[in-house]
Design a protein around this ligand. Structure first.
Ligand code: SAM
Length: 331
């Protein structure tokens, strides 16, 4: 059991009945709380929960409809995302309790202050390096319009400006990451066919690819529902078409790809996690056509070349700047 769920279950009487668990971990909590529903935006957790508790967890950027007597938010990493989620939950909980649980090192103490917008928050428990807070919703906010919270920026590419739309919680919200910028400078000479932007975030690489290779089919894949929604907004803003795939990793990608381009994932919550990137390197070959290319970066830790060498083939460095490297390997 996730330590945050253990903290909830120390006071299980608070969590009886029709309850919404937002951002819940993929553990046994739905089994112990049989009337609770889940709201998830992580495709990996959702896949596990959907198998074990069919129909009880909803993968979406929007709060699932329902008449809940209370809700719990498992604190996400991003402050902007927790703002949106708390507002969405509080807007449907007039006079009812809203709980917030999270790890101390994830900033739960600071995040609990966000509850002050709705009433008088109280710390209910502190254990397993986590805290549980609760507030009775007295000041009911408007239901937030997610798209109105988007940030926009413009990328001056050689083939014209590209408009990027990012939503709360998405990687590099409102700005271009330095590593993505380096990769954007090195998108020439990819084999045309079916291209994949793996870990697409707001779709900055994917949109640039579709612009540069208009006759190639493009797929964008991410594990996060807010990233996928941002990618859809970015594509629409630039009049581009592509397949947007909710996936748990490279295993969710199509086969027969001519190229995979990725600024690979390296964080998950507050924990560093290279698993999705390692899987990408070890399994890319299965998804690439013979001679297809994996173009990858940035890498500042030099962790990728041994894996690429072993599973794909020789791994030349295509570019290097500010300690970052971009690699290109052929399947
Ligand atoms: C470093 S960001 C890059 C985002 C975007 N391509 C850019 O350059 O701005 C990595 C992305 O990988 C996604 N990600 C993390 N784990 C993943 C997984 N298992 N499968 C697919 N995408 C994943 C994250 O949600 C994040 O959007």
């Amino acid at each position: 059991m996730d330590p945050r769920s253990e903290v909830l279950l120390r006071q299980a009487e608070l969590f009886d009945g029709e309850l919404l668990l937002a951002g819940l971990p993929a553990d046994d909590l739905l089994g112990v709380l049989p009337h609770a529903q889940g709201w998830n935006w992580h495709a990996g957790d959702q896949a596990l929960l959907a198998t074990r508790f069919p129909g009880r967890s909803h993968f979406d950027t929007q709060m699932p409809a329902g008449d809940y007597r209370a809700a719990v938010l498992f604190l996400p990493k991003s402050r902007e995302l927790s703002d949106y989620l708390l507002q969405a939950l509080a807007s449907r909980l007039a006079g009812k309790p809203l709980y917030l649980v999270g790890e101390k090192r994830a900033g739960i103490e600071r995040a609990a202050k966000q509850l002050e917008a709705f009433g008088r928050p109280r710390k209910l428990d502190s254990a397993r390096h986590c805290q549980l807070w609760g507030v009775e919703v007295e000041q009911v906010p408007e239901h937030p319009d997610l798209h109105a919270l988007a940030q926009h920026y413009s990328l001056p590419l050689s083939d014209g400006a590209l408009e990027i739309v990012t939503l709360p919680g998405v990687f590099a919200h409102g700005r271009l990451d330095r590593g993505s910028a380096l990769l954007l400078e090195h998108l020439d000479g990819l084999p045309s066919g079916h291209l994949l932007d793996f870990g697409c975030g707001a779709g900055v690489l994917g949109a640039a690819l579709k612009r540069r290779y208009p006759s190639s089919e493009l797929s964008l894949l991410d594990v996060d529902a807010f990233a996928l929604e941002s990618s859809r907004l970015t594509l629409a803003r630039n009049g581009l078409e592509a397949n947007v795939i909710a996936g748990t990793g490279i295993e969710s990608a199509p086969e027969g790809l001519s190229a995979i381009v990725s600024n690979p994932p390296f964080h998950q919550g507050v924990h560093t996690d290279y698993q999705a990137s390692e899987n990408l390197l070890t399994q890319a070959k299965r998804h690439l056509l013979k001679g297809g290319e994996l173009r990858l970066g940035p890498d500042s830790f030099r962790k990728y070349p041994p894996l690429i060498d072993r599973h794909l083939g020789p791994c030349p460095t295509l570019a290097e700047a500010d300690g970052f490297r971009i690699y290109s390997a052929r399947g």
